[in-house]
Design a binder for this molecule. Structure first.
Ligand code: ADP
Length: 202
């Protein structure tokens, strides 16, 4: 018998639907994926600000914050990356249950791992946002100086250089930050949310 067989699920009297009604909008995870420096953090920060100003309840999970806390025991091996993403997926699922528009900004390089998270949620609760930018663009931005460290041989196993990045096959939204400015990307995502009815309760 595994340990989890002894644990039973307690159902609340306040459900996800009740929370959505109180909030007056749906809850969903916007899963940003893309190379380091593609713009996931920047775009998700701006989008969250705009949603918040509209009265939408949000929460944003970002790579560095999580790696300092919840996942500080994990490194960057393929297994640790997988576990990193799995835990973030579980936390995101709870946040969607809690009625929040949840924004996650992680490289999440493996297609299989992202698909696993998609499977944890109802089909309309997971929106994959592919933040597409060429490696050249990302290297030239290098906001955290990480590509520089890779060139100096101080980091190995870096996504896009000597570790793979598997681009989404059918993301709900793609923003190409080689050409689109931050505000244009934010508006593209906002427009998707409005068109698909996420921001109102019907
Ligand atoms: P990531 O979270 O994907 O690692 P960041 O958002 O931390 O990427 O870094 C992207 C950097 O690129 C930021 O310094 C941002 O200001 C800059 N940048 C320049 N042009 C754009 C754009 N069109 N879209 C997003 N970020 C851009």
């Amino acid at each position: 018998m595994t340990e989890s067989e002894n644990i039973s699920w307690h159902y609340s009297k306040v459900t996800k639907e009740h929370r959505r009604q109180l909030n007056n909008h749906k809850s969903v995870v916007l899963w940003f994926t893309g190379l380091s420096g593609s713009g996931k953090s920047t775009i998700s920060v701006e989008l969250e600000k705009e949603l918040h100003q509209m009265g939408v309840r949000t929460y944003r999970l970002d790579g560095d914050n999580i790696r300092h806390g919840l996942n500080k025991d994990l490194g960057f091996s393929p297994d640790d990356r997988k576990e990193n993403i799995r835990r973030i997926g579980e936390v995101s699922r709870l946040m969607v249950e809690a009625g929040l528009v949840t924004l996650t900004a992680f490289i999440s390089p493996y297609r299989e791992d992202r698909d696993e998270i998609r499977k944890m949620m109802n089909h309309d609760e997971f929106i994959e946002v592919f933040v597409d930018a060429s490696l050249e663009t990302c290297k030239s931005r290098d906001p955290k100086g990480l590509y520089k460290k890779v060139r100096a041989g101080k980091i190995t196993g870096f996504t896009g250089i000597d570790a793979p990045y598997e681009a989404p096959v059918k993301p709900e939204i793609t923003v190409n930050t080689d050409v689109a400015g931050v505000e244009e990307s934010v508006q593209a995502i906002m427009s998707y949310l409005k068109t698909k009815g996420y921001l109102i309760n019907d």
